[in-house]
Design a protein around this ligand. Structure first.
Ligand code: PAF
Length: 283
């Protein structure tokens, strides 16, 4: 496996793979890799002849400087993890200057899917995601790119960006990977205090229990129920919970309105923002 830090070397490696008639898969990450990322990389290696894993903490998608400062950076361990658990070909780990030789002033059209939930709570976040992902797509020109469903809304935003920019890339969404106690695996979990870590599995427990209440509650009632059940734990505070159409990301008022209903939650656990979701129905 090669570790590459420059765009020109990355393009050369991809060109050589293309010359050898290999399909190309891309797994974009911000590092601090865990078993959730590994599941994406493994899927990518099963489906492509050549796989690039990017590791880059993208400053333009952080709307909170403290969050950017404290985001875990573990490149050496990341490389070891990818190398010893997968057959990926390249880890692309550029510097900020390499990714952004000049200020990226591009504004993406986030109307609809990118305006609600995370889009509302974290101004600029999705624009930054589109900036970095579109650059990675341009450098790697992958056939397929892999994203985890934990960041459910992010996938909808990236699909829109792919349509708007006319990228010929298949976006592959991969199921959430969970710890044994149900907590969605996330790079941010290592930042939890032991007390917050102990109560964090409550989020998935409540979401899972809520699927049994669809017949008796309308989406708005169920939303309130989820918020009150999670908030009953004093160390957790729901930032938002919304039951939305899984494609448009718009809130639904009745279960009949869509055949794809998803509940998206963000919870503040001390200084750490945890994100998760649950699918109520998928037609
Ligand atoms: O999901 C993430 O880790 C990031 O938002 C991504 C897609 C790698 C872009 O920086």
């Amino acid at each position: 496996m090669k570790i590459i830090g420059t765009v020109s070397e990355l393009k050369q490696a991809v060109a050589a793979a293309r010359k050898a008639s290999k399909t190309v898969g891309l797994v974009p990450t911000m590092g601090a890799l865990h078993k959730g990322h590994l599941s994406l990389v493994k899927r990518a290696t099963e489906e492509n002849g050549f796989v690039v894993v990017s590791v880059f903490v993208n400053p333009t998608q952080f709307n909170n400087p403290e969050d950017l400062r404290t985001y875990p950076r573990t490149l050496e361990a990341d490389v070891k993890l990818v190398e010893s658990n997968t057959t990926a070909d390249v880890v692309f780990a550029p510097s900020v200057e390499e990714m952004y030789p000049s200020k990226d002033t591009r504004m993406f059209d986030l109307s609809g899917v990118g305006e609600v939930m995370e889009g509302k709570m974290r101004p600029g976040h999705f624009n930054g995601v589109c900036q970095v992902v579109s650059k990675l797509f341009a450098f790697v020109t992958p056939d397929k790119a892999y994203f985890g469903e934990k960041d459910f809304q992010q996938i909808a935003v990236i699909r829109k960006m792919v349509r708007d920019c006319d990228f010929q890339i298949e976006i592959v969404d991969c199921p959430i990977v969970r710890e044994d106690d149900g907590l969605a695996v996330s790079s941010r979990n290592v930042l939890l205090t032991p007390e917050h870590r102990a109560v964090a599995p409550r989020i998935h427990r409540v979401l899972a229990e809520s699927t049994g209440k669809v017949k008796e509650m309308r989406p708005m009632e169920l939303t309130k129920w989820v918020v009150s059940e999670v908030d009953a734990e004093p160390l957790l505070k729901v930032e938002y919970y919304e039951i939305v159409d899984g494609l448009s990301m718009q809130r639904i008022d009745s279960w009949e309105e869509t055949d794809y209903a998803v509940g998206c939650i963000t919870v503040q656990a001390g200084n750490v923002r945890l994100i998760d979701n649950i699918i109520y129905k998928k037609g």
